[in-house]
Design a protein around this ligand. Sequence first.
Ligand SMILES: [Zn+2]
Length: 426
Amino acid sequence: MLDLLVQNATLPDGRSGMSIAVQGGRIIEVTAGLDAPAAEKLDAQGLLVAPHFVDPHFHMDATLSYGLPRVNQSGTLLEGIALWGELKPLLTAEALIERALAYCDWAVAKGLLAIRSHVDTSDPSLLAVDALLEVKRRVAPYLDLQLVAFPQDGVLRSPGGVDNLKRALDLGLDVVGGIPHFERTMADGAASVKLLCELAAERGLPVDMHCDESDDPLSRHIETLAFEAQRLGLHGRVTGSHCTSMHSMDNYYVSKLLPLIAEAGVSVIANPLINITLQGRHDSYPKRRGMTRVPELMAQGVNVAFGHDCVMDPWYGMGSGDMLEVAHMGLHVAQMTSQRGIRQCFDAVTVNAAKVFGLDGYGLETGCDASFVLLQARDPVEAIRLRATRLKVYRKGRLLAETPAATAALHLADRPAATAWMHPKN
Ligand SMILES: [Zn+2]
């Protein structure tokens, strides 16, 4: 007897009437119209079953701290960093853990079951590192948390930056981070990229660097990152996050840069909610959008994922752990409004993000983990349009979260009472 049998599901690739058979936490068969004895049966009623959402770029040490100790007035990245600097001496491990765990609850409710979070290693006490390692242990039964050693104050710029980062890696962080555009000079930025990539190569770790998060068309750190990835043989293990300067770069230069990124096997993460908010703040009008060149990168064969980056912290006062909101903003800012483009934005918060994460057993195929979400939508396009309700969230065959369907009860004159959700045929 099966543990779980999902029937009448529509899959992201468009196949409908599909059954997903689950045994021992894994998918053992995906086929049309299967019926078999099962401990639990779920009739998807033609709605979309998708692999769970993955957030490849987040800052869990800062999340839910909005307003502590004050709100970002200018809305810029730099004031956010300064504000985080004011908050750091006030942080306690208990409060940080409590906020992070609360966020993980939100995430699970939204079908977000894997998060790559950067954690600031600049403070010599490594308080945030210890706290997030504790969070990682506590959420392990229901959420995959991957931690990036992130020298927020600049690995070269801040005193003891390199040593603090190495000690954080020794404690068991998973990925080497960096912030070359925050170093004092372009040369120092490039030196930090080289140093951090060499450190990752020595330790056999992946790299995920905040890269060129500015509107400076001459910021060139993604170029250095791709070059180092190739030089050190880190193909497929390196990610450039943000890369917003690419928005403002000269087109000729970009035509040379994109093939380098593709050849080096470097993934790129755009953070649409945050960069539409933070970038362009020094512009009058017109204001630049400040998101990296998503469709052009994808067309070059680069793996591009979307991250949430921030939820209610010194940089961003909005957010709820909803990766469909991220995809929704991404497709608007990138003007990826074709059916194909919208589906690519869905991939950016699911399969592409899982590739950045290096998640084993991800997907809806035989042998994959039975970790999926039933959405109140008929396909990925509708899921993004409606930021569809996550009716049920499963991880390894176990039900983790349920949300009632979103419907409106209508009481209209001269018409019988009715319910509606925002689907054209309903
Ligand atoms: Zn970030």
